[in-house]
Write a protein that binds this ligand. Structure first.
Ligand SMILES: Nc1ncnc2c1ncn2[C@@H]1O[C@H](COP(=O)(O)OP(=O)(O)OP(=O)(O)O)[C@@H](O)[C@H]1O
Ligand SMILES: [Mg+2]
Length: 290
């Protein structure tokens, strides 16, 4: 059975997709694990990073995407055929010359938000109270995503910003939630909020929990040299479990968004970001029993 990892933060632009793709490559290449990435964001950024624009369009036309998968089980989540909705041979990093790593993708789709509206409408029928309908909708997504479990060793769910029902489902399903954040004056509020959602407790009860027992862990991304960012990281670490590994702000991380088509080594793809990526992978292998 797979180990489910959600990469989530209600705040946008903090590096969720960047980190999701980094983790997918890190586990596939350095741990030789079979990896599935589920793109839960209609923006489809991680799908575009892993497929490039042309193949992403193919994934939309051929119904190999998360919206098509849910659409086909809108009123019944019994069928478990996830495999036919996946894209294989993805990414532009090779394991060794001529050999791609064992990675697959359930691509994102622009219609995923409409899909979620459709599902909530379905569960709101017969005057069901809205909160109850939302909970049923999240449970529907959770069950649907859980069917992917036999297909990989690790399943990474790249969540959209905000708190959609699909994100709520991913947070429930995840064995571990990685919360990337940018060290700034507002990030603390976003981390406080997601910690309560993941643990299902109010803030005081969350911070009373031993850090090692919490299902989420924070990751400082876009860290710049100088003391200012370290102060924000330390403030958050005062209340929340924090990875020692950090991702610095650097052009090689930003450039990893480009799909290069021609596969290359992970060192060529990530350049100066490789040591940070490796440190993250190594620390996570201790934190997460995959
Ligand atoms: N460590 C970094 N150094 C430089 N650029 C970065 C770094 N991390 C992320 N970026 C850039 O910041 C932007 C936002 O990153 P990304 O899309 O991964 O965030 P996100 O949280 O997934 O956003 P969204 O909320 O829109 O889904 C991208 O252009 C990405 O290339
Ligand atoms: Mg994203």
């Amino acid at each position: 059975m797979a180990f489910f990892v959600a990469v989530a933060n209600r705040k946008g632009g903090v590096g969720k997709s960047t980190v999701s793709v980094m983790l997918a490559y890190a586990y596939a290449i350095w741990s030789k694990k079979k990896v599935l990435l589920i793109d839960l964001d209609a923006q489809s950024n991680s799908s575009l990073i892993l497929l490039g624009g042309e193949r992403w369009i193919v994934s939309q036309r051929t119904s190999r995407n998360v919206a098509a998968y849910i659409e086909d089980r809108l009123y019944s989540i019994e069928q478990t055929k996830v495999l036919e909705y996946l894209m294989h041979d993805i990414g532009d990093v090779e394991l060794s010359p001529g050999q791609l790593p064992a990675m697959s993708l359930l691509p994102g789709s622009l219609s995923f938000e409409d899909m979620q509206d459709e599902l909530i409408t379905y569960y709101s029928r017969n005057q069901t109270p809205f909160q109850q309908a939302k909970a049923k909708c999240a449970e529907h997504f959770r069950a649907a995503f859980s069917f992917a479990s036999p297909l990989a060793d690790v399943i990474i769910m790249d969540c959209a910003p905000g708190l959609s029902n699909a994100t709520a489902a991913a947070l429930k399903l995840a064995n571990k939630v990685i919360v990337p954040f940018r060290p700034d004056a507002v990030s603390e509020f976003a981390v406080d909020r997601i910690s309560q959602i993941v643990e299902g407790r109010n803030f005081d009860d969350v911070i009373a929990m031993p850090p090692a027992e919490r299902r989420y862990i924070c990751l400082a991304n876009y860290v710049r040299p100088g003391g200012r960012d370290a102060i924000y990281v330390d403030t958050i670490a005062g209340n929340h479990p924090m990875l020692s590994a950090q991702i610095p702000a650097m052009p090689d991380v930003a450039d990893s968004f480009d799909f290069l088509g021609e596969p290359q080594s992970i060192e060529e793809k990530y350049g100066d970001a490789v040591p940070a990526m490796k440190a993250l992978h190594d620390e996570l292998t201790e934190v997460m029993p995959i």
